[in-house]
Design a protein around this ligand. Structure first.
Ligand code: UDX
Ligand code: ADP
Length: 481
């Protein structure tokens, strides 16, 4: 019987281990973390992350073969397979600042594994890391091994938040990279046998270590690139009178392109896309491939452009000033069905509006006021440190209110900005919203979830990403800064 321990009880480690425990009742799975609050959350009725279906999975196996603990050293020491799923922030100083991954947490996890291990172990990279991290980890372990032998595997996680449980139950693929030695291949087989309990064999791909590490970065870069591509087209649609939804639908019918991941938006967010592309850019630069680095950097460039274009639309439409005007922001999470706000476009949009002296009133069904304030006060890249090491926001700093429903946010507002595609925002009583608001009343839909015509009939001036513009907006063109 294999014993598994996962270091890092975050968005990846928690759900992944819960599903492994569910599908392999004879395998003991312990998730460990240095954060006492996080572990307490996993052991409570209110899990530390919101993920549809996760409560049920955790309830079914917690205490049976799934355990959450802060006793990191004990459970790492006892395990045969150690997954590492810790933070990998972007460096903010020194060599590669603003691009390269800061592997401090990874390195300290590796050194701790070496310190406490008395038996041979398979160490599995689960957090996204730069290509060749496995090699670095191998070196740390080999030099501190004291007779214990390690095999390093790369098993990147492809789950998307909001659908994590579904993705883990039926993954498009499971990728396992290992050394091409007999010992490496034996380790690959151990992990493959775990996944094979519920994943069809033809969906379990085995590769060498470097291919697995690079595949994760490349997959996220390709996905982000699709969004930046459709977002670039959305700007052209607004300029020409084309409709980005129609264009996306038409191109998505081409089976070589496919229909998914073509929704124009205010910009992509989340903990992976930007960070992984920056990593890719940095690696390309290190290997003397500046043209390739520039190519991928531009995916982030368009994403930043899309966010500032949105803010500029809001400001320019409202007579070039939002100073002292209340703007309601609906949605703060980086996408629906999650409370996660890491790299959410809402942060940049709110900062842009606050920079123009707007009074911002925010509502999100899953994001707490404390989180909003923390995010708005945080420096770029600070979010990717363990929670207890993050700076805390100063509540008095900014004219920001966080409300408990959309109508309260819209009360007396001049404009509503929809920044997350929560289902409940589709079904709001927009007539009631209109009556509550100052006139002219604006809706800026950053997710294309409302019907612009219906809202115009009510009396709103409506901007929707990549859709034909109202005469009002044509008369007040936004200039991207
Ligand atoms: C992503 C990858 O999908 C996943 O495979 C990887 O393991 C982690 O990174 P995640 O960040 O959870 O997952 O969310 P995803 O669904 O990919 O969305 C990322 C961002 O892109 C969100 O802000 C989302 O709103 C945005 N998006 C997505 C669009 O703007 N348009 C789209 O068509 C799709
Ligand atoms: P992800 O989205 O990749 O899962 P998270 O930030 O949600 O990332 O989770 C990473 C977790 O790893 C955090 O809960 C953090 O406290 C934990 N962590 C970081 N370093 C260590 C360590 N050395 N030992 C144990 N846990 C760690």
């Amino acid at each position: 019987m294999v014993k598994i321990c996962c270091i890092g009880a975050g968005y990846v480690g928690g759900p992944t281990m819960a599903v492994i425990a569910l599908k392999c009742p004879d395998v003991e799975v312990v998730v460990v973390d240095i954060s006492e609050a996080r572990i307490a959350g996993w052991n409570s009725d209110r899990l530390p992350i919101y993920e549809p279906g996760l409560d049920d999975v955790v309830k079914r196996c917690r205490g049976r073969n799934l355990f959450f603990s802060t006793d990191v050293e004990r459970y790492v020491g006892e395990a045969d397979v150690v997954f590492v799923s810790v933070n990998t922030p972007t460096k903010t100083r020194g060599l590669g600042a603003g691009k390269a991954a800061d592997l401090t947490y990874w390195e300290s996890a590796a050194r701790m594994i070496a310190d406490v291990s008395r038996s041979d172990k398979i160490v599995v990279e689960k957090s996204t890391v730069p290509v060749k991290t496995a090699e670095a980890i191998e070196k740390i372990l080999a030099h501190n091994g004291r007779g214990v032998r390690y095999q390093i595997l790369s098993n990147p996680e492809f789950l998307a938040e909001g659908t994590a449980v579904r993705d883990l139950f039926a993954p498009d693929r499971v990728l396992i990279g290992g050394r091409e030695t007999p010992e490496g291949q034996a380790a690959v087989k151990v992990l493959k046998d775990v996944y094979a309990r519920w994943v069809p064999e033809d969906r379990i791909i085995t590769t060498n270590l470097w291919s697995a590490e690079l595949s994760k970065l490349a997959a996220n870069a390709f996905l982000a690139q699709r969004i930046s591509s459709v977002n670039a087209i959305s700007a052209l649609c607004e300029a020409t009178g084309a409709d980005v939804t129609e264009v996306a639908c038409s191109i998505g019918k081409d089976s070589r392109i496919g229909p998914r991941f073509l929704s124009a938006s205010v910009g992509f967010g989340g903990s992976c896309f930007q960070k992984d592309i920056l990593n890719l850019v940095y690696i390309c630069e290190c290997y003397g491939l500046p043209e390739v680095a520039d190519y991928w950097r531009q995916v982030i460039g368009i994403n930043d452009y899309q966010k500032s274009r949105f803010v500029n639309r809001v400001v320019s439409s409202m007579f070039n000033t939002v100073a002292g005007k209340k703007v309601a922001v609906l949605g703060f999470a980086f996408k629906k069905d999650t409370g996660d706000t890491r790299e959410t476009p809402a942060i940049d949009v709110c900062r842009g509006l606050l920079g123009d002296k707007a009074v911002v009133s925010i509502y999100d069904p899953q994001v707490t006021e404390e989180q909003v304030r923390r995010d708005l006060a945080m420096n770029k890249f600070d979010w990717d440190h363990p929670r207890h090491l993050q700076p805390v926001g100063e509540p008095a700093d900014q004219p920001v209110a966080v409300t408990s429903d959309a109508y309260e946010a819209a009360h007396d507002a001049h404009a509503v900005c929809i920044l997350t595609e929560w289902e409940e925002f589709r079904n709001l009583d927009y007539r009631r919203m209109y009556d509550l608001m100052q006139k002219p009343a604006f809706v800026f839909d950053g997710r294309n979830i409302v019907d612009p015509e219906k809202l115009r009939d009510i009396g709103f001036i409506v901007y929707a990403i990549g859709k034909p513009l109202d005469q009002w907006l044509k008369d007040m063109p936004a200039v991207a800064s």
